[in-house]
Each structure stands twice: as C-alpha cells, then as structure tokens.
Design a protein around this ligand. Structure first.
Ligand code: NI
Length: 193
C-alpha cells in the first residue's frame, strides 16, 4: 500500500524516533508499504517519520545510483532495512553532495557530511549488526538517520541558502507544491491532502 509522504512543516518530522521491539505491530507490512511508497516516489531512502511514525526505522535502496554509473560494478545495489540504528562514528574530511528529500519536494541543496560512518542497527529479524560504510551509501544512511533524529537536510545548509528557500518551504507546508506522489500537508489537516 502506498502511504502519503509527510510534508515539511509537520511536527512528526521533528520528533526523535523511539526504539522499537520485534513485536511492533504490523512491522512486516509497514516495511513492505514503506518500500512501495519509496519506489513509487522514486526515492532511494525513506524513514518512518516520513510516513507519520516517530520510530527508529528507515529503509534504503541505492540501486538508482548504479544506473547513473553504468561502467562501474553494481556494488550499490543493496536494499536494506535499518531498525534502531545508532551511528557510532563519523570520520574523514567532509564532502558536499546535492541532496533532496521526499518530504521536501523540488528542493535540492549541497550538504556537507563526513564520508565514513560506523553504524550499529538491527535487521528485519532483529539481528544486531555493526558495519562501516562510505561514499554514497554512507551519505544516504546519514540522511535517513537524520530523519529518525528529527533532523532534515535543510537544517545543514547555510543561513543564506536557507533564506532563499524559505518561501518554497512554506509553500510545501501549505500544499502549494505538489509532486506526483501522494503527500500529507500539515497546513491542510482538515482538508483533502
Ligand atoms: Ni529525506
């Protein structure tokens, strides 16, 4: 089932997600729905707060980045579920990359992040895993991880750039910018979103 994506300005996007246990209600179908929602919107990652749940869950499928680099080995083709993730360490020299977010349509900005991360999380079977990632994969994980910490990529851009997109952010909240996928707009609570 495709879920509406929560638009910028909704308070759920600002909540720090709580950890979940294996008996979290309908977890399997939630994960299935999140993948369906993400693919439908052509995203490479989606976090639970973006579908209205302030829990520590996000999903990633980096394969669209592989299609951009046809000559390289398809090492990015992974699809993963991260539950109760904790970034243990971030290292290296910050690099900038243009990021977007399904909750903030039509906005893309350069965001500086460290290239290497060490993360501990649980998979769908609640096995605890500790891994190190770098490059694009680390970047996507950092972006989604921010979501479960109540942070958004627009928090990380310069005040000048932020000022330039304020009107656009306000328009997103008001439902005036509408992508092709279904969204839920905070300023349109009582009306059809
Ligand atoms: Ni996002």
């Amino acid at each position: 089932m495709i879920l509406p994506v929560i638009a910028f300005g909704h308070p759920v996007l600002r909540k720090v997600g709580v950890s979940i246990a294996a008996d979290y209600p309908k977890l399997t179908s939630l994960i299935t729905d999140m993948f369906e929602t993400m693919y439908h919107a052509h995203g490479v990652g989606l976090a639970a707060p973006q579908v209205g749940l302030a829990i520590r869950l996000f999903i990633i499928d980096a394969s669209p980045f592989d299609e951009d680099e046809e000559d390289k080995p398809k090492q990015l083709s992974f699809k993963k579920v991260f539950i109760n993730a904790e970034i243990l360490e971030e290292s290296g020299e910050e690099w900038s990359f243009s990021e977007g977010c399904l909750s903030i349509p039509e906005v893309r900005e350069e965001v500086a992040r460290k290239p290497v991360i060490k993360i501990r999380y649980q998979d769908e079977k609640f096995n605890t895993i500790e891994e190190t990632y770098d490059g694009i994969i680390a970047r996507i994980i950092q972006h989604e991880y921010d979501h479960i910490e109540g942070k958004l990529f627009v928090d990380k851009i310069s005040p000048i750039k932020k000022r330039l997109i304020l009107k656009k952010l306000d328009a997103i909240t008001k439902g005036l910018i509408r992508p092709e996928y279904k969204m839920k707009y905070p300023a349109l609570k009582k009306k059809k979103g």
